[in-house]
Design a binder for this molecule. Sequence first.
Ligand code: PLP
Length: 480
Amino acid sequence: MNEAILADALRARGRRVVLESVRIVLEEARTAIQRGDSPAVDPLSVAIRANARLSAEKPSLRPVINATGVLLHTGLGRSPLAEEALTRAVAIARGYSSLEYDLEHNARGRRVQGVERLLCRLTGAQAATAVNNNAAATVLALRALAAGREVVVSRGQLVEIGGGFRLPEIFEVAGVTLREVGTTNKTRLADYKRAINAATAAILRVHRANFTMVGFTEDVPLADLVSLAHEHGLWAIDDIGSGAIGPGQPPWEGDEPTARQAILDQADLVLFSGDKLLGGPQAGLLVGTSKAIALVESDPMMRATRLDKMTLAALEATLELILDADHACRRIPLWAMITTPIVELERRAKALADAISAHHLPSARVVVDQSRIGGGSAPGRVIETRAVALSSPFPPRFPSPGAFSDALRKAEPPVVARVHQDQVLLDLRTVPPSLDQRLLDVILSVCHHQSSEERAIDPDRGGTPAWERPDHETVSVSSS
Ligand SMILES: *Cc1c(COP(=O)(O)O)cnc(C)c1O
């Protein structure tokens, strides 16, 4: 075995894994020989193929370039994290930490202490806690405040959020009876009032996070729901979903409900996600009265959905940034992307289009387009953007824009673009400027890279088409 070729692999992957790869290569060679072929079996060739096999193994969770213009793309991991959040998470993950240890008093500490302090400061709430995501926060809130009882919800708010968050099912899991009131488009205070009975424990408002209703609609303002709930000794719970903290946080002219307003309106418990408009890690945040939070925290489900130390570290660092909204606009990637000025996008798009055009195929030009928030946030809201539109002529091996965008997606790093009509659109709002060069490199390599299959049937190089050669797997990898 040629150890020099495999030195990096040995260091990175360990002897057992490298030997396994060599064994597979030898096994393939043996099969080929039995079939009458004569593959190269000298140590160098075997080492090269074994190494190629190893470097072709990619993790399934990989960084991608999001050129879709969907800022909170659930499939692409929602919010990227701020450098400050990453640094904090790495520092905490690398060693031991004061996760549940009160260093001051040599006593057991509260896991969410730092996050609670910041959430209270940001929203004006008395108390706060955090769990794995907002779906878990909703189950917890319902269980802790209303298990075995009824909770009143407007029929128009029985949402399904992408990925299986269906409110009626959440109720079932929580062991709470859902009491629907009103109609799909109109629910009045009187509807809620009529539904209240001896079994009622709470009124829940749910933000219609991923769709809009237009036309004749009517909803009861939160403050009125809270008054009604409190008159009857019930809890008022508000699931605002997206996690806007207050006006201007994040800085965009959406009409998202905010946590601060819900607290001002006296809601007992307000629920939102950490990785939507907050721009932090995946988490479910609960803010509210000390009494409601204490009940939530004493539920055994709390332990089953608690946050890990890396997420807590990243969340705390993100919330620290949000204390200063201007600062957050520079440091939190989501907020920076939302507020990137058009002139800046125009400049970057033009530079990218020019660079592509300089290499000929395909045709590239800057177009006006619309970015979306996505991720079950701010439905129907779009932000003007600039995209690079790639259109015909694509290199001949791409019969359609779809085929070209498939190739981008399979590149390294993968580029996820949008196909619209006959164009592949690359929205630069969701691409960090530091990745512009990578994006260009991927596009050019996809355009100019002759695939191993093409090379294998290249008449100048002779030879059997790659897919007819017994070792074609190895060939295609090592030549890429
Ligand atoms: C997104 C959303 C949820 C689910 O939150 P996750 O953090 O994704 O679990 C629940 N309710 C509303 C209103 C939402 O928008």
